[in-house]
Design a protein around this ligand. Structure first.
Ligand SMILES: NC(=O)c1ccc[n+]([C@@H]2O[C@H](COP(=O)([O-])OP(=O)(O)OC[C@H]3O[C@@H](n4cnc5c(N)ncnc54)[C@H](O)[C@@H]3O)[C@@H](O)[C@H]2O)c1
Length: 373
């Protein structure tokens, strides 16, 4: 059976990106999608490559000469050193401007590979084959690529759209349990920004959603939310900012922990803070705010926070956030579950004072202390 597809259309450039879904998709990718490529390279990390690179390589080799490039796994390696190593390997094996690369892995591999593709010989085609829940519902879609630096997450990067995205549900069967929270956090975020009925479903039995099998049922719906937003605002001029909900505080917590606290865990905490800020600003009414907070705290009970939440240090990372303007912290905030606040200018971006930012962290610390009593 042909894999089911979703399309993102970029009207200004008359381009589109197909998102294909299906179990065991890696074994039956439509080879026509790679027909213009002079050669192919799969970029993967050392964990995922062992599991899936041979399978994908077998399939792609039917179309074109295919190489495999392996980087080390983990956020620590999402940096410019790895960018240079991967680009050098691509050059050594003879990739040219007509070659294409396929990112096989989680968000780390996807973000880094997209970035290398965007700068290698001034840009070559690339495809995403995401293998974590987070990368399937979020990072593989929308063309944000880049790497981390000493001064913060994703501070070096580009917008560069993949030519296709391959979402194979069966690869999630090998995902370590610890990765579930990262996918769940982005799915909950998507429900708050754009799908109230999905929020209701998760809220009715959150414990059930700590399972890969259960989360699989929400992957396509979550992709649809992101695809619609990216299609409407590819370059994050306004609407796309809603997808950053929880990420201003969340990224700052993640960076300040030296990446010891994972992305998903940090984003859950970030949404608790940013929901509180929205409520204090009178945007998010009490009833909605409490429902959101209660769900996030229930999810939070499933993991330990292995980092001290140093408020000043977290603030020092937040002031470097890419969404800030003229030194002012800016956030996209919810006004209802399933709907974000557009603001008077329709920019989906609300200025937040440093004082309110710090108070939200105080409030978070109090909630966490109360929960552990
Ligand atoms: N570009 C975007 O729009 C965007 C959005 C959200 C997050 N991100 C980025 O995504 C990154 C996080 O991605 P992630 O959560 O996928 O982490 P990850 O890429 O580090 O993968 C997590 C771990 O799981 C392993 N793994 C991956 N797939 C596996 C599988 N199927 N079976 C067994 N092991 C597997 C990996 O080797 C790694 O050790 C962060 O760098 C974040 O900044 C980017």
């Amino acid at each position: 059976m042909a894999p089911a597809a979703l399309e993102i259309v970029f009207r200004e450039r008359s381009e589109k990106c197909s998102i294909l879904f299906g179990d065991n998709l890696l074994d039956r990718l439509p080879l026509g999608m790679f027909s213009g490529a002079s050669s192919l390279a799969i970029v993967s990390d050392d964990v995922v490559a062992k599991l899936y690179a041979d399978r994908l390589c077998d399939r792609l080799s039917r179309q074109s000469n295919t190489h495999v490039i392996v980087m080390r796994h983990g956020e620590r390696h999402k940096n410019v050193v790895t960018v240079l190593e991967v680009a050098k390997r691509m050059s050594d094996i003879g990739l040219d401007r007509k070659s294409a690369v396929i990112a096989l892995g989680g968000g780390v591999v996807g973000d880094l590979t997209g970035f290398v593709a965007s700068i290698f010989k001034r840009g070559i085609k690339y495809f995403q084959a995401p293998t974590t829940i987070l990368s399937q519902v979020d990072s593989s879609i929308g063309g944000k690529c880049g790497v981390d630096s000493d001064w913060g997450k994703n501070q070096i990067g580009t917008f560069y759209q993949p030519s296709g995205i391959f979402i194979d549900g069966s690869v999630l069967d090998t995902l370590p349990e610890g990765e579930i929270i990262n996918g769940l956090a982005e799915i909950v975020k998507s429900s708050i920004v754009g799908d109230r009925s999905m929020f209701d479903e998760i809220d009715s039995a959150p414990e059930v959603y700590f399972s890969v099998q259960k989360l699989k049922s929400l992957i396509r719906r979550t992709c649809e939310i992101k695809a619609k937003v990216v299609e409407a605002d590819e370059r994050e001029k306004n609407l796309r900012k809603i997808l950053n909900y929880g990420h201003t505080v969340g990224h700052a917590i993640e960076s300040s922990s030296g990446y010891r606290l994972s992305h998903g865990k940090s984003i859950i905490l970030g949404m608790i803070c940013e929901g509180w800020i929205a409520n204090k600003l009178g945007i998010f009414d009490d009833g909605e705010f409490f429902r959101q907070k209660n769900l996030l705290l229930k999810i939070r009970n499933h993991y330990r926070i292995s980092a001290t939440l140093d408020r000043k240090r977290i603030l020092s990372f937040a002031v470097l956030d890419k969404k800030n303007e003229k030194g002012m912290i800016k956030m996209s905030l919810p006004e209802k579950l399933g709907r974000m606040h557009s603001g008077d200018d329709g920019g989906f971006s609300t200025p937040v004072s440093e004082e309110l930012f710090l108070r939200s962290l105080n409030c978070l610390k109090k909630e966490l202390a109360d929960a552990s009593d």
